[in-house]
Structure formats: C-alpha cells, structure tokens
Design a protein around this ligand. Structure first.
Ligand code: ADP
Ligand code: MG
Length: 254
C-alpha cells in the first residue's frame, strides 16, 4: 500500500499542495483530478521523490520512502507530464539507456524494447531521433520507459496528452490490467472521462486543497449528478466557458 500523510509543499511561502492524504492499496488506481495549477504535478513530484515536501510523508508498506529513496525509486515507474527526452537519441536508444539504468540484462532488454515498440506502433520510427517524434509518440516512449522494469507502482502525470484514439484506448486497458495484477497506480489528469472509466477512487483538488476524496460511485450518489464532469464542475466552481470565450474574442477583435 502506498500511503500519503499530510503532504504540503510551499514555494516561497505560497502553497502548491496543502495537507493532502490518501492511500492506494495494491490493485487500485487513484485518479487525481484538478484544474490547471491545482497542485497535481507537485504531488506527483513528491510521490516520485523528485522534490521534498515541506511537510508530510510518503509511506510504502508502512515504511517512509525517505528511509531508502533509491530502493523506492527502483520499484517505481513514472510517466512525467513534460516529454523532455534526450532528443538526439532514437526511441530505441533512449529505451536502451533507461533499461541499462534499470539494470535489465541485455537479452531481456532487447526483447522487451522491440516488443514494446511494436505494441505501441513505434517500430517504423525506432531509429529516428526523438526530436522528430510527435508529442504522442514521445508520450508512448515515456510509457514504455516507465514499464520496462515491470514496476510495482506506476505514477502517471497527464499520460493521455497527445495520444491518438487507438493509443489512448490501449493505455486505458493497460492501466486496468496492471491494477488487476496487483500494482499500485496513481493517475493524475484533468481529463475526466478516462478517470471515470479506469479509476477506483478519485481525489479532486482545487487551489492546492482536497475538495473531494471518494469512489466514483459514491461521489455520483452523494451529488446525485450523473457523471464526474458535472460533479467536478460543481466542486471546482468552474466558470461558464462561454463567457470567457466571448471576452477572448472581444480582445482578439479589438
Ligand atoms: P497542476 O499540475 O495541477 O497544473 P502544479 O502542481 O504544476 O499544478 O502547480 C501548482 C501550483 O504551484 C501552481 O500555482 C504553480 O505555479 C506552482 N508551482 C509549481 N511548481 C513550482 C515551482 N517550481 N516554483 C514555484 N511555484 C511552483
Ligand atoms: Mg501538471
């Protein structure tokens, strides 16, 4: 079980995340939702050990991950939001690099890389520089990289950005299957449709604070609203987009 207690992160005294606590048992996917700037990526960076929280702790099976961060990171797969990759490497070279860092044996690595590239329709592009990949293709490479060592915990930050319909549907199936195999999944997104379909529980953030934490089913019952989009809109007090559109057009035309 991955457990987070009282996570708070301040940047120059300004909170990016405030008092976030949750648990993800093995076999479950937690959907982490919120509008832009609500603190999702900051939480992800704390969960992956990239940054330290100002307050709070992350525990894996009861042990504070700070106790042995290297060992924790070895059990983790991470798909970051920004597909910053070594653009001078080809997709295959990048995966080779990651696989070696993850200490996979060469024959196993070669086989896995070729299979994964094939399954993500990247074989024709495997020798091309990552600079020439589209955002979706880079996202797929990052996903392959995160899966190479078959991690127990998978942390994904907006993994569907740039993916086409086929790739998105493959990823949805993949996430569900990985959870069914007993893995721990943390899935951060502002796209509600996928969260609703794949996640067991959702946490909704607004301006760095938790505004809801429950199963999708319970949230629906509680709010008597038919889908997550409407629940989200109510909790997050989203303004009417039409008004914003009008104002933008006014400025554009001025
Ligand atoms: P989300 O991923 O939900 O869009 P983030 O976690 O990236 O949100 O950001 C939450 C808030 O923290 C935002 O107001 C953002 O400007 C701020 N923030 C994020 N990273 C930094 C940083 N390195 N330095 C200062 N402020 C930051
Ligand atoms: Mg983000």
């Amino acid at each position: 079980m991955l457990k987070v207690e009282g996570l708070t992160k301040l940047y120059s005294g300004i909170p990016a995340v405030q008092d976030v606590s949750f648990e993800i048992p093995r076999g479950e996917i937690l959907g982490y939702l919120g509008p832009n700037g609500s603190g999702k990526s900051t939480t992800v960076k704390i969960l992956t050990g990239l940054i330290q929280p100002t307050r709070g702790h992350v525990f894996l099976d009861g042990v504070d991950v700070r106790h042995d961060l290297t060992a924790y990171k070895q059990r983790l797969g991470y798909v970051p939001e920004e597909p910053h990759l070594y653009t001078y490497l080809s997709g295959r070279e990048y995966l080779q690099l990651i696989g070696r860092l993850r200490r996979l044996s060469q024959p196993r690595l070669d086989r896995k890389i070729d299979d994964l590239l094939d399954l993500f329709d990247l074989t024709p592009a495997r020798h091309m520089g990552l600079a020439s990949y589209s955002k979706g293709m880079r996202q797929k490479v990052l996903l392959c990289a995160a899966l190479l060592h078959n991690p127990e915990i998978l942390i994904l930050d907006e993994p569907f950005s740039g993916l086409d319909v086929t790739a998105a549907s493959v990823l949805k199936g993949l996430l569900k299957t990985l959870a069914a195999e007993g893995k721990i999944l943390f899935y951060s997104s502002h796209v509600l449709e996928v969260v609703e379909r794949v996640c067991d529980r959702v946490m909704i953030l607004q301006s760095s604070r938790v505004v809801a934490y429950d199963s999708v089913k319970r949230l629906r019952e509680m709010m008597t609203l038919p889908d997550l989009e409407q629940i989200f809109a109510q909790l997050v007090h989203q303004e009417d987009a039409t008004e914003r559109v009008k104002n933008i057009l006014r400025v554009v035309a001025s």
